[in-house]
Design a protein around this ligand. Structure first.
Ligand SMILES: Nc1nc2c(c(=O)[nH]1)N[C@H]1C(S)=C(S)[C@@H](COP(=O)(O)O)O[C@H]1N2
Ligand SMILES: [Mo]
Length: 336
């Protein structure tokens, strides 16, 4: 991030704020790149010290007005506080799945500014009465932002706890008034091979990244659109400037860098289900009793402590979501 996202509005007394010791301050990095570019050194990245050696050019970001950044984080909503400590930022924000940037989880953070996070719009279309394109500024001002601490469980059996800031997807859906035909919601991530190295290097994936939920899942109180994390705006590695969260499902459902939301009559295909249908289903509800074909899902490794803990059904959120799947005609849902 090249604005002062770690500026004075970040409350330093938050327990999960550890100094990001080994991280290169990206403002320095950007300035060096710009300086070298102006001197005609553009592309001469081998001349830079290790910390500044990037695999992709940095996309210039439009500045974020202070009034917008001041909306992040929203007021802490304690309703969903997990009985688990927040993963320190220095650990939680340097280990990311974001295939548009890199398939290497440790490399994603270095490529976080490859694409422009701003300006940004989210188109909301399909089976609704008031289809409309929302600017990110409107999403931050029209919808009351709140902070929520959610557990996060990747299908690869690692997990973390993140303090997100954002708003319930339900508020956005209410604003566009779904028609009576709407049954599913589709989420589409940014498509831009020019600025997304992973889309250039792995052209065989079914880009853009896309995911889907049933309308009742999308309207569940847990389903959240995040615009911030750790007290500041969402950085590129977490899916800037806006990404989905469905904490009772495996992490791959939580599409990052969303540019379009479509209300649909029929169930949309999804990125990972298309890519490896035997391993990733549409539902992807966290279910410790159902092993992945290549590993058990009964336990998970906490990113910060490395401890192995038991995985809970619906990632511990059954109280809020189990009823979505109780209808006997829906029982096939869990197996896809
Ligand atoms: N657009 C997009 N969204 C994505 C992914 C991705 O590769 N591209 N990876 C998913 C997976 S597998 C996980 S585990 C989470 C990781 O989110 P985090 O890096 O913020 O923890 O993002 C999900 N959303
Ligand atoms: Mo994942």
């Amino acid at each position: 991030m090249n604005d002062s996202a770690h500026g004075p509005w970040v409350h330093r007394d938050r327990p999960w704020e550890l100094p990001a010791g080994q991280l290169c301050p990206e403002s320095t990095w950007l300035n060096r790149r710009q300086m070298l570019a102006s001197l005609g050194f553009f592309g001469a990245s081998s001349l830079l010290p290790a910390c500044t050696r990037a695999e992709a050019p940095v996309k210039l970001q439009a500045p974020w007005p202070a009034e917008l950044l001041a909306r992040i984080p929203g007021k802490h909503n304690t309703r969903y506080d997990p009985e688990r400590s927040i993963t320190p930022e220095a650990i939680g924000s340097v280990y990311n799945n974001f295939y548009e940037l890199s398939t290497n989880k440790d490399a994603v953070v270095r490529l976080a500014d490859s694409y422009a996070h701003r300006p940004w719009t989210v188109e909301v279309v399909g089976e609704c009465h008031k289809a409309r394109t929302f600017d990110i500024d409107t999403l931050l001002t029209q919808f009351t932002q709140e902070e929520r601490h959610y557990r996060f469980r990747c299908v690869e059996a690692w997990s973390a706890t993140y303090p997100w800031s954002g708003f319930p997807l339900r508020s956005l859906l209410d604003a566009v008034e779904p028609t009576s035909h709407a049954r599913y919601v589709r989420f589409v991530s940014l498509q831009d091979p020019k600025s997304l190295p992973g889309q250039r290097k792995q052209p065989w994936y079914p880009w853009p990244y896309h995911e889907g939920l049933t309308l009742p899942e999308a309207r569940n109180e847990l389903t959240f659109l995040a615009t911030g994390i750790y007290g500041h705006r969402l950085p590129g590695q977490h899916g800037a400037p806006i990404r989905l969260l469905t904490p009772w499902k495996y992490g791959f459902k939580s599409a990052k860098a969303i540019v379009r939301i479509e209300l649909m009559r029929t169930r949309p295909p999804t990125f990972w289900n298309l890519t490896v249908p035997d391993e990733y289903d549409f539902w992807a509800n966290v279910e410790p009793a159902m092993p992945h074909p290549r590993w058990s899902q009964s336990t998970e490794r906490l990113l910060d402590t490395g401890d192995r803990i038991r995985t809970r059904r619906f990632n511990g959120y059954g109280k809020y979501v189990a009823s979505l799947y109780e209808d006997p005609t829906n029982m096939g849902f869990l197996r896809g």
